[in-house]
Design a protein around this ligand. Sequence first.
Ligand code: DX5
Ligand code: ZN
Length: 221
Amino acid sequence: MLIAPSLLSADFGHLADDIAMLNDSQADWLHLDVMDGVFVPNISFGFPVMEAMARAARKPLDVHLMTERPEKFTARVAALGARVMNVHQEACPHLHRVVGAIREAGMLAGVTLNPATSVGTLEEIVCDVDVVMLMSVNPGFGGQAFIEGTVEKVARLKDLLLRRGSRALIEVDGGVNRETGARLARAGADVLVAGSSVFRAEDPRAEIAALKALSPNNQDV
Ligand code: DX5
Ligand code: ZN
């Protein structure tokens, strides 16, 4: 299981401290949530802040673009040194082209689905993507309640990937904690994003370690 803590829930007045904590934890990727106030009803942070984060980070970056026309930013996300660039299926009418451009820029191509978007919409593209991310909340805010149907959706996505011979990782974002994470792991999730459950924990590093220990064979952790 890969764990990607979301910096959206970090203390923006002390980002360097929070990133140092993550560098020293079992986190696998740092998840950066970019919001444009159009695709989602909120604005988070942009490139100047992410450049500072990238300088402090000793872990790969997973950039989640909740923006219209995310392909405009491909070169700048690559320049951050990001490992993964996640774009929303709903924001990309020419998704195949966008995914190709992300890979061409040297990053893993991630495609994200909102809660109401069916996994079937990815039928034609799953073999061309590296990551499929399912939103388990409506994107725009941290700290929201987990949408239960996501567990079954992960299982349906897993079936689709197996049927099409895709090796894409299954990532889940929103409302992930030890309890929802255990069920997602059992359903086939490979990467868990966690914002508030990590940063509101008394011991964020221990919380990351607990999520990291979740695996289909280790369900009670
Ligand atoms: C939501 C963001 C998430 C968010 C998750 O729009 O994409 O990455 O930070 O936060 P929690 O884990 O608090 O739901
Ligand atoms: Zn996110």
